[in-house]
Design a protein around this ligand. Structure first.
Ligand code: S3P
Length: 173
C-alpha cells in the first residue's frame, strides 16, 4: 500500500523513540496518531505494568493483537506507534504488512539503556536494566527483519528520525 494517506506503522525495541516520532509524523502529515500501548491502557482502564502483574504477559499479548487488529482495520490513514513486543506474533506482523508501511526504528544497546534506565513503567525491564536489554535484544535479534524499511536512531533525535521518514516517504510516491 502506498500513497499520501497511507498508514505508517512504527515498530522497534523499547526506547527507540516510536511514540515521539509517531507524534511528529502525525503532526507533519496531518494524520491521526495512535499509540498502541496507550490505546490498550485506555480500553482496559489500567496500566500495562498492572496487566503484566495481574494477568501475565500472555494475556497482555492477546489484548495487544486484538487492539492492533482493530486499529489497523479502522478507516483512513494514520500513524501507529506499536509496543516493542507487538512484532513477536506472526499474525501481528502479517496484519501490519497488509495495512501499512512498516518501519523499524533501531538503536544500539547503550543508547537504549540510556533512554529507558529510569523508567519504571516497562515490566520487562525491571531489575538490572542493562542485562534485561541485552538479553531481550539477543532474543529479538531477528524480530524486526520483516519490515519494509529500517531507520537507525542511535545518532538521531526524534525530529531527525521523523524528517528522514518523511524524505523516504517522498521517494516512495
Ligand atoms: C514491550 C514494550 C512496551 C510495552 C510492554 C511490552 C515489549 O512498549 O508494550 O511493556 O515487549 O517490548 P514500548 O516499546 O513502547 O516501551
Amino acid at each position: 500500500m502506498s500513497g499520501t494517506n497511507e498508514t505508517i506503522v512504527l515498530v522497534g525495541f523499547m526506547g527507540t523513540g516510536k511514540s515521539s516520532v509517531s507524534r511528529l509524523l502525525a503532526r507533519q502529515l496531518q494524520l491521526p496518531c495512535i499509540d498502541l500501548d496507550a490505546e490498550i491502557e485506555r480500553q482496559e482502564g489500567r496500566a500495562i505494568r498492572e496487566m503484566f502483574a495481574e494477568a501475565g504477559e500472555e494475556a497482555f499479548r492477546e489484548l495487544e493483537s486484538r487492539v492492533l487488529d482493530m486499529i489497523l482495520q479502522s478507516e483512513g490513514g494514520k500513524i501507529i506507534a506499536t509496543g516493542g513486543g507487538a512484532v513477536l506474533r506472526e499474525q501481528n506482523r502479517n496484519a501490519m504488512l497488509k495495512h501499512g508501511w512498516v518501519i523499524a526504528l533501531t538503536a544500539d544497546a547503550d543508547k537504549i539503556v540510556a533512554r529507558v534506565k529510569n523508567d519504571t513503567s516497562r515490566p520487562l525491564l525491571q531489575g538490572d536494566v542493562e542485562k534485561r536489554v541485552a538479553a531481550l535484544l539477543e532474543e529479538r535479534r531477528h524480530a524486526y527483519d520483516f519490515v519494509h524499511d529500517i531507520v537507525d536512531t542511535t545518532l538521531l533525535d526524534s525530529e531527525e528520525v521523523a524528517s528522514q521518514i518523511l524524505s523516504m516517504k517522498e521517494q516512495r510516491q
